[in-house]
Ligand binder design. Structure first.
Ligand SMILES: [Zn+2]
Ligand SMILES: [Zn+2]
Length: 352
């Protein structure tokens, strides 16, 4: 074991504060990574404040962070994909059983024995896993991703959660040239959805409640922007969309978007409103519309996404912060006061 610097929260009411954590020495299959940047995902904040208690209660102290980019510092004797000095990335998962039907299909995110990057039982050291708000992490090679060398690293970190979350359902639903695609909400997830849909060649329409976001949506790759509160504007698009990605985690009327789908069109949820959504059955029956959910992506697809980003020079739009500003960043996140993701520069941890 060795000591790593980190930021942790001691309870649901505590701020994140500097600490020292134990990391395992790399086993033969492990990659040790010096973390350079870690994105701030909204779910970090939910976990720190124990707001997912019903589904997965937080075990304290918690070190959040699952949008990790860094450089390999050491590898185990059986590691073949990485060597010291290589760029490397880690997302929401650090282990799975590798044998169940989900793992066999490359969908480790649905493995019943999957280990999350933080707040999951740690099979090596006991206790729970600690995430990326740290200067170092040790991860099984199977869960370490290669990072294209041309990408800006601060903007690459959010690809590991926000990126794959939006890339995966679009790929699965065949978003491509000639398709009309909607993205509901323009935050951390939405802005990535726009970039991917545009890169896939689709005609992209952003739905937003704030008319002020129009210019930015167009800059990010949208072809049109619709203010979803304007019913006349919405009605013009009835029955025309092949696919809509709904990234909104606040309560909202999903029926208004379902009626915009063409025959066999699909709307996929990637945001997670806490209250159940109300869905009118007729909106689905007419036109055979479907409503789905999607959760990050498997390791194979996450690598495919990173390679796609390398080929198309896609990264997240980030505001880089020192880790000392992380508590302030959480407050700003609650006000959607960030364009469009915070990325923590882990060099700032050295001074702790
Ligand atoms: Zn996340
Ligand atoms: Zn499995």
């Amino acid at each position: 074991m060795y000591n790593a610097k980190a930021y942790s929260a001691a309870s649901a009411k505590s701020l994140l504060a500097p600490t020292t954590i134990a990391r395992r020495d790399p086993t033969k299959n492990d990659v040790q990574i010096g973390i350079l940047f870690c994105g701030i995902c909204h779910s970090d904040l939910h976990h720190v404040r124990d707001e997912f208690a019903a589904l997965m209660p937080t075990i304290y102290p918690i070190v959040p962070g699952h949008e990790i980019v860094g450089r390999v510092t050491k590898v185990g004797s059986s590691v073949t994909k990485f060597k010291p000095g290589d760029l490397a990335a880690v997302g929401c998962m650090v282990d799975s059983d590798g044998t169940c039907p989900e793992c066999q299909d490359g969908l480790e995110q649905f493995c019943p024995n999957m280990t999350l990057t933080f707040n999951s039982p740690d099979k090596h050291l006991g206790g729970v896993t600690y995430g990326g708000y740290s200067d170092s992490i040790v991860v099984d090679e199977r869960f370490v991703l290669r990072v294209p060398s041309n990408l800006d690293l601060a903007g690459t970190a959010p690809l590991l959660c926000a990126g794959i979350t939006t890339y995966s359902p679009m790929r699965r639903r065949g978003v491509s040239e000639g398709k009309k695609v909607g993205v509901v909400g323009l935050g951390g997830l939405g802005h990535m959805g726009v970039k991917f849909a545009h890169a896939f060649g689709a005609h992209v329409i952003v739905f937003t409640t704030s008319p002020g976001k129009k210019e930015d949506a167009l800059r990010l790759g949208a072809d049109e922007v619709v203010v979803s509160r304007n019913t006349d504007e919405m009605r013009k698009h009835t029955g025309t969309f092949d696919f809509i990605l709904d990234t909104v985690s606040a309560d909202h009327d999903i029926n208004a978007f379902i009626q915009l789908l063409r025959r066999d069109g699909n709307i996929t949820l990637v945001g997670a409103p806490t209250k159940p959504l109300s869905v009118a059955a007729f909106g689905l029956l007419f036109g055979r519309h479907s409503l789905s959910g999607s959760l990050i992506g498997g390791i194979r697809e996450t690598q495919e996404m990173l390679d796609f980003c390398g080929a198309h020079n896609i990264t997240a739009d980030v505001e880089v912060i020192p880790i000392q500003k992380v508590n302030e960043a959480y407050e700003r996140l609650l006000r959607s006061d960030v364009k469009y993701r915070f990325s923590i520069d882990m060099a700032s941890l050295k001074s702790e």
